[in-house]
Design a protein around this ligand. Structure first.
Ligand SMILES: [Zn+2]
Length: 578
């Protein structure tokens, strides 16, 4: 869907009308207020600004435009929300935009394919020598490398040079996020690259691992683009789908190498998310293949936490979950290396259902002879049971827990009711917590408060690009993007440019205010003062980074002259800003 029509749709609908279908609105000055539909409350803290076409709740911090409102209240995707709005606005979702999108996707896919084959070839050339050795060391052989189309991206803009040499269309590679947005630099440099396929066998992105452990991040994924959505992509799904169907279950694990090693050793029903917890989007894909998931994780603290985090959406979606924890410090890759695949299979055979898993990890933490500790454990397990939506299944698990913990099922039932209420209030606590946790950003807020009501300041902000905080720079870029597309910078349009809930809520919290709070004659001074503060904040964080690097180098006995010089420069700039 081309972005152009998103703004057109937003222009034609009224957020007040949309929201009023869900909550009762009351006029309050130039805005409307209501009881927030996203958190329980007795006095209204949910506001809508009809002029700016945004909403914001001061109670739980949620905000956005009409699209975000529908996405949140109906729990639907961006595209589905857009369809509803288009319908209301009597706009047929521009077919032209759809065609344009599918053409762009085709181009991006072509670019990915070209790059994957190029990188694969490079891996076997002189440039890939070290990477190849590394893979051999990890027991990944030529036939595997070719099956999974693993490659190597050298430094020095190797891809870009090839594109220019062969006179290919650079834009297509920017679309696929293989080059930076200006098309001037390779994204993957000095990394082993793993093409990520969708279920239809199309390459939608890449994961890259450094061969230099000094270089961070160790793993780098393709940035989000028209093809690649991290929270909907599963590494291995293309190779695993048939096997998942025939074996009747999915093995879910964590990293690229885990998936590879499992597949190589015949456990071909294995997939992994891209460094995130499992999402509803992942589960929607998997649901079409089976409804049984085996979580295979490292048994250390992080692994147990990851498992518990994944259990919530999995149980909520009605999957049957089994858990297999490897000994602490072992991921599947390492486990196979040390003990072989038949030991792994033995382990997998002994996997537990989620109740046994939860009881066993909790009984390691608590003394189960103590009745209070037992109550805590029971509650932990009940919490997991409370995620199950099917009442019959839920009852079966309650029965199982009652037997295992030797407690009456009626008592468990009562507990379960209490937990339901807690689940509700916890959701709000989480929101509230992220709100409290935000650093003081008054200066950032004032800058945008002023820029939103006076365009002249927007231009001024742009001039300081490169010297401001990350959040501000992102918003400025989004604004420039809108101007490029021929639209005005409005809060509602800006919100569209972001997926990150934090930034969306940040924008809505500023824009919801009526801007008469800042007197006209003080605007310029306040703006300049805030600008200064923000610039200082940026410098301070750069100094912090520089310090870290210097310390590292010092400890390694490396030369840190460069950092020292940079630090002096930064300190001098900071002094100037004061
Ligand atoms: Zn709220």
């Amino acid at each position: 869907m081309g972005n152009v029509s998103v703004e057109e749709i937003l222009e034609k609908i009224d957020i007040v009308e949309i929201v009023s279908e869900y909550v009762k609105l009351k006029k309050s000055g130039s805005s409307y207020k209501a009881l927030c539909p996203f958190h329980p409350e007795k006095t209204p803290s949910f506001f809508i600004h009809p002029e700016k076409q945004i909403f914001h709740c001061f109670g739980c911090g949620i905000g956005g435009n009409a699209i975000k409102f529908l996405m949140n209240i109906e729990k639907i995707s961006f595209y589905d929300a857009l369809k509803i709005l288009a319908n209301k606005a009597d706009i047929e979702l521009s077919k032209k935009a759809d065609i344009k999108e599918s053409e762009e996707k085709k181009k991006a896919k072509k670019a990915n394919e070209y790059a994957a084959n190029l990188y694969n070839k490079v891996l076997f050339s002189q440039y890939g020598k070290r990477a190849l050795e590394y893979l051999y060391q990890r027991d990944i052989r030529d036939e595997h490398i070719n099956k999974f189309l693993i490659g190597f991206a050298p430094s020095n803009n190797y891809l870009l040079n090839k594109i220019e040499e062969e006179r290919l269309n650079k834009d297509e590679f920017v679309l696929a996020a293989l080059l930076d947005e200006d098309g001037k630099e390779d994204i993957f440099k000095n990394r082993i690259v793993f093409p990520i396929y969708n279920i239809r066998e199309e390459i939608i992105g890449f994961g890259g691992r450094t061969i230099d452990d000094q270089i961070l991040p160790k793993y780098l994924n393709t940035r989000e683009n028209i093809l690649f959505n991290k929270s909907a992509s599963l590494y291995g799904i293309n190779w695993a789908k048939e096997s998942i169907k025939s074996k009747g279950f999915i093995i879910l694990t964590e990293g690229y190498f885990d998936v590879l090693k499992m597949h190589i050793n015949g456990l071909t029903n294995t997939v992994a998310p891209m460094g995130t917890a499992i999402t509803d989007l992942h589960l929607n894909i998997l649901r079409k293949l089976t409804d049984r998931i085996l979580l295979l994780f490292d048994g250390d603290d992080a692994g147990i936490r990851a498992c518990l985090r994944n259990l919530e959406p999995i149980l909520k979606k009605g999957f049957e979950a089994k858990i297999c924890m490897l000994p602490a410090g072992f991921d599947p890759d390492k486990f196979i290396d040390e003990y072989g695949v038949s030991s792994l299979n033995n382990f997998i055979e002994k996997s537990q259902n989620f109740i046994d898993f939860a009881i066993s990890i909790n009984s390691q933490l608590y003394d189960m002879k103590n009745s209070r500790a037992r109550a805590i454990v029971i509650k932990e397990v009940l919490k997991l049971i409370s995620y199950i939506s099917d009442e019959i299944e839920k009852y079966e698990f309650l029965k199982e827990l009652a037997e295992k913990m030797d407690i009456k099922i009626e008592i468990l039932d009562k507990y379960l009711e209490e937990i339901k209420d807690e689940n509700l209030s916890e959701k709000n606590k989480e929101r509230f917590y992220t709100k409290l946790n935000e650093p003081q950003m008054d200066a950032e807020k004032f800058l945008f408060e002023i820029a939103f009501c006076d365009k002249k300041y927007w231009e001024k902000l742009s001039q300081y690009k490169g010297q401001l905080t990350e959040r501000i720079e992102e918003i400025i870029m989004a604004g420039e993007n809108l101007l490029k597309k021929g639209f005005e910078i409005t809060p509602s349009f800006l919100i569209n440019e972001f997926e990150d809930e934090g930034i969306v809520n940040f924008i809505s919290s500023i824009a919801i205010k009526d801007n008469n709070e800042i007197p006209e004659d003080k605007k310029e001074k306040i703006f300049n003062d805030c600008l200064k503060k923000v610039k200082q904040k940026r410098l301070l964080s750069e100094i912090e980074n520089c310090k870290k690097k210097m310390k590292e180098k010092m400890e390694n006995g490396d030369d840190y002259e460069e950092e020292l010089k940079k630090m002096q420069k930064l300190l001098y700039q900071l002094k100037k800003e004061k």
